[in-house]
Design a protein around this ligand. Structure first.
Ligand SMILES: [Zn+2]
Ligand SMILES: [Zn+2]
Length: 178
């Protein structure tokens, strides 16, 4: 399976490289595409945030990419939620994640490898939705719903055995060894 990462706007290259290497191991192939733009209509000046659904709908499919993952640095929201870490089309082909609320500096901590790991967790989670997985009740599973960054930090970056089984039933094989 080929996952393509589309940075939207300026995105930390070290994070994109880490996601590319990690997702390539898990899904088989991963490529970072040329950066695109965040659509202006996605910006909500009252909230000073971007609407993730509007960004998602504007993500242009690319030939050869089964999954398209948009990555933004900007803060995003959806529906009546104050913010979201990401959004995906369940069983579709597109997903988006935001790094805005993953940065340890936002919580008064030093940035470092923690940001990479958090970005990978959010990417795995949203790609999981694209692959048809819904939220998982197992708090260690990456498909567990993150209400806050604490949930994200507490869970693993992997799909649990039950979620893996669901993927296998759909003919999707993933590699989750370290
Ligand atoms: Zn989710
Ligand atoms: Zn699970």
């Amino acid at each position: 399976m080929r996952v393509c990462i589309r940075p939207l706007g300026i995105v930390d290259a070290s994070i994109l490289d880490f996601l590319q290497a990690s997702l390539a191991k898990v899904f088989g192939e991963c490529e970072v595409l040329l950066p695109g733009k965040i659509p202006q209509e996605a910006y909500n000046p009252i909230r000073n945030q971007y609407n993730s659904t509007a960004i998602l709908e504007n993500l242009e499919a690319k030939k050869g990419c089964q999954i398209l993952l948009g990555v933004v640095e900007e803060d995003i929201y959806a529906g009546n939620l104050n913010f979201v870490f990401g959004e995906a089309e369940l069983g579709g082909s597109r997903a988006i994640i935001s790094l805005a609320r993953l940065r340890p500096s936002v919580y008064g901590m030093k940035n470092g490898d923690l940001l990479k790991l958090r970005a990978l967790k959010e990417a795995m989670h949203e790609v999981g939705h694209v692959l048809g997985l819904t939220h998982c009740p197992n708090p260690n599973c990456v498909m567990f719903f993150s209400n806050s960054i604490l949930d994200t930090d507490a869970k693993d970056w992997k799909y649990c055995d039950a979620c893996r089984k669901k993927l296998l039933e759909r003919g999707i094989k993933v590699r989750l060894d370290e």
